[in-house]
Design a binder for this molecule. Structure first.
Ligand code: PHE
Length: 333
């Protein structure tokens, strides 16, 4: 072989490389390329072998030529490898691309029952005013539900037709007022509590009656409290819950455990008056019963219907809707 022939052979290898490497698109093809050109029996190794057949004075130049070609192909192979990796990554990314225009997975979002919303809101109003939240049992004794509240034996609420009795002297509480007694007996004044809870009465369900309903009781007992403080609390509550622009009217009523007793109406002029609660100054007989001196402290209480509040707020006309768990109703709040 002559140096010229070797030069020509190098050009040939270079062309073969260019052609073969352009069509290598994965790691296996690259490995095959490496074996074919740079392997122990590859094109370059064969060319190095032929150096022996060259005249001695041409070998140095020929060796240089072959080494240059070997370096060139090794570098090109590396470059091609990087390129193939980039191509593979791009192909993978293209396959994984998210279509942001597809509709998402819809998860229905729950919400609080309207009665829970109202209860929490009222709790917050009174927590801000410094009241604590108290609770008492729904199965109550005759003593706490009636007797201690001065509800006499002849009172119609005591009738088994009006209350759910569980056993002699044991019934489902008909209001949250028994919690007044329990709290006053368990702590000395000042007492500032509200008590939300379920109540039970033997009513046939209709648009305004339900055998189970909710009340929130308020009780404030302290030295020097007057009816004016009650009015102030009522005003604060009406404005906080219903918003500005409501008129409030207080008129006489009767409850055995408050004296004087009142009922509270509100209206947004020119609308009609709507009763929102019963209220009054805690009767001295009740204070005495729980061990307070009515000459020392006075107090006031009210009981409001949670359903009533929710019905007024949202213009709901049938109390039964609250208990039917109809998602079409509940999802509106
Ligand atoms: N407990 C009374 C009722 O259920 C409401 C009330 C509470 C009245 C507190 C006065 C004071 O009707």
């Amino acid at each position: 072989m002559t140096l010229e022939e070797l030069r020509a052979r190098c050009e040939e290898v270079r062309r073969e490389w260019a052609q073969a490497s352009a069509s290598a698109h994965d790691p296996e093809a690259l490995e095959a390329l490496r074996v074919r050109f740079l392997g122990r029996k590859g094109a370059l190794a064969t060319a190095f072998d032929s150096l022996r057949t060259l005249p001695a004075e041409a070998r140095a130049a020929a060796g240089k030529l072959l080494n240059a070609l070997k370096d060139e192909i090794a570098a090109a192979l590396e470059a091609r490898r990087a390129e193939v990796e980039r191509e593979a990554l791009q192909a993978r990314l293209a396959g994984e691309r998210y279509d942001l225009t597809l509709p998402g997975t819809w998860r229905p979002l729950g919400r609080l029952h309207p009665l829970t919303q109202v209860r929490r809101e009222i709790e917050e109003i009174f927590l801000r005013l410094g009241f604590d939240v108290a609770s008492g049992p729904e199965v109550e004794t005759d003593y706490y539900n009636f007797e201690a509240l001065a509800i006499g034996a002849d009172h119609p609420a005591r009738d088994e037709w009006d209350s759910f009795y569980i056993a002699e002297g044991l019934l489902l509480r008909t209001h949250t007022s028994p919690v007044q007694i329990r709290v006053m007996k368990s702590q000395p004044p000042p007492v500032r509590i509200i008590c939300p809870g379920r109540c039970y009465r033997r009513d046939n369900p209709d648009a305004t009656h339900s055998p189970v309903f909710h009340q929130i009781e308020l009780l404030w007992v302290e030295k020097g409290l007057t009816f004016a403080h009650l009015k102030w609390i009522l005003r604060e509550f009406v404005t906080a819950f219903f918003g500005p622009g409501y008129e409030m009217r207080i008129s006489a009523d009767f409850f055995p455990f408050t004296e004087p007793s009142a009922q509270v109406h509100i209206r947004k002029p020119p609308g009609a008056w709507l009763e929102i609660m019963g209220a009054g100054m805690v009767d001295p007989a009740v204070l005495t019963e729980v061990g307070c001196d009515p000459e020392e402290v006075t107090g006031f209480a009210f009981g409001l219907g949670v359903e009533r509040m929710a019905m007024l707020r949202w213009g709901i006309e049938d109390i039964r809707l609250f208990y039917q768990n109809d998602i079409r109703f509940l999802s509106q709040f």
